[in-house]
Ligand binder design. Structure first.
Ligand code: R7I
Ligand code: MG
Ligand code: MG
Length: 374
């Protein structure tokens, strides 16, 4: 029975911080192609960053909210929705007041409304989930915000079952759409497995995630989820749509499931590892995507992690950023997996040093380790 060490706990949170801080400058939300490797390595190769000031790369909402999740779990010793919501709200408004050096970048539009409602109405166990449930005509947000902040839930939880419950609960505070919280569950399970597997085999890793998500998404009992992507597309005329627009329709549809997208990941990885196919970023963008939905971003993070599993650790972030789109968030999720698997010692020192609050983040990893091993 494998027992992860403290460096993996630190690595998970430090990785998430690096992905956010170094991925953020590349974030784009328009339908543009990938980003060239040359541009990426020019800007963030470890040598280049050695000359930058310590802490000069600022984190965004991804890390701001992750910190609240970590502090809440450490303080309460369990997932407490009211305490967590309270920390999200305080951190959002404190930073807006300039307490931490000015406005924090990047919060989603819908999630800001939730903070305002919590601040106005007060937070208690009866009303804490109401704002998120009421969003988007009662459907809830399918943004990736529940998943982007879930890594420490994986460090904290002691079993798959605990991961599922805590990830669902913490994500639903702001993301009540099925894809919003199921994406957080998938991200949490991927980090949990990365942390607790001594030697990862990509095929086994994907298989196990498919089996877990099949149960969680309850595919067998939902007729819409039974539709394949091809069957879904056959129901309408998408002739004038670009491939990325078609993917957007699919990933926002009622027929989307993570289970199905994990099978797409499996196929892409087979092409890469077994058939020796040359990488085609545009192909990956068309099949998986990389936008602000949990549906696209979480699957992209899992794919990038497994695609670069045995390469130098820098390549994982370079590859992730090369997809373009929501680079800070896919970066933070993917690098949380890498860090949980390989430990914080594996990251280039200059990468850690340039990130804002890297000491504080490392300490949070240590505390979560101590809490689990007490
Ligand atoms: O998901 P969320 O916290 O945003 C996280 C992203 C990350 O990339 C961060 O780095 C940051 O850049 O933002 O915030 P939400 O506001 O819940 O969701 C993000 C956006 O997705 C919303 O502002 C909406 O534009 C869109 N969205 C939806 N649109 C239509 N219908 C989310 N859910 C829906 C929906 O159900
Ligand atoms: Mg962000
Ligand atoms: Mg983002």
């Amino acid at each position: 029975n494998y027992k992860p060490c403290v460096d993996q706990f630190k690595g998970c949170l430090v990785g998430a911080l690096i992905g956010d801080c170094l991925g953020a400058p590349f974030e784009s939300n328009s339908f543009t192609g990938g980003i060239s490797m040359q541009r990426i390595t020019n800007l963030i190769n470890p040598l280049k960053l050695e000359s930058k000031r310590e802490g000069s790369k600022r984190f965004t909402d991804d890390t701001a909210m992750s910190k609240s999740v970590s502090y809440s779990l450490i303080h309460c010793g369990k997932f407490d929705p009211v305490d967590m919501a309270d920390r999200f709200t305080k951190s959002f408004f404190d930073e807006r007041r300039g307490c931490a050096g000015g406005v924090r970048d990047g919060y989603g539009g819908a999630v800001r409304e939730i903070f305002s409602l919590w601040a106005r109405n007060g937070i208690n166990i009866e009303n804490v989930y109401k704002p998120s449930i009421n969003q988007f005509e009662g459907k809830g947000s399918y943004g990736n915000g529940g998943a982007m902040r879930v890594a420490s839930v994986a460090l904290f939880s002691k079993s798959i079952e605990e991961c599922v419950e805590n990830a669902r609960g913490s994500a639903t505070l702001t993301h009540a759409h099925r894809n919003g919280y199921n994406g957080a569950i998938l991200q949490c399970l991927a980090v949990y497995k990365a942390l607790n597997t001594e030697l990862i085999c990509w095929r086994k890793f994907v298989h196990e995630l498919i089996e877990e998500m099949r149960k969680i998404e309850d595919i067998e009992n939902n007729d819409k989820l039974k539709l394949t992507k091809e069957e879904f597309l056959a129901e309408d005329d998408y002739e004038d749509f670009s491939e990325e627009e078609i993917l957007s329709e699919w990933t926002r549809s009622e027929s989307f499931s993570f289970t199905k997208q994990l099978r797409v990941i499996e196929e892409l990885l087979t092409e890469h590892y077994e058939n020796g196919k040359i990488d085609d970023i545009e192909h990956v963008i068309k099949l998986i995507g990389r936008d602000i939905t949990a549906a696209q971003a979480v699957t992209a993070a899992v794919y990038c992690f497994l695609r670069t599993l045995n390469e130098p650790i820098e390549n994982t972030l370079y590859y992730t950023i090369s997809l373009g789109g929501d680079t800070d968030t896919i970066g933070t999720m993917c690098m949380a997996m890498v860090g949980a698997y390989r430990g914080s010692d594996q990251f280039p020192k200059s990468w850690i040093r340039v990130c804002e609050s890297h000491q504080e983040i490392r300490t949070l990893g240590e505390k979560l380790y101590e809490q689990k091993n007490r």
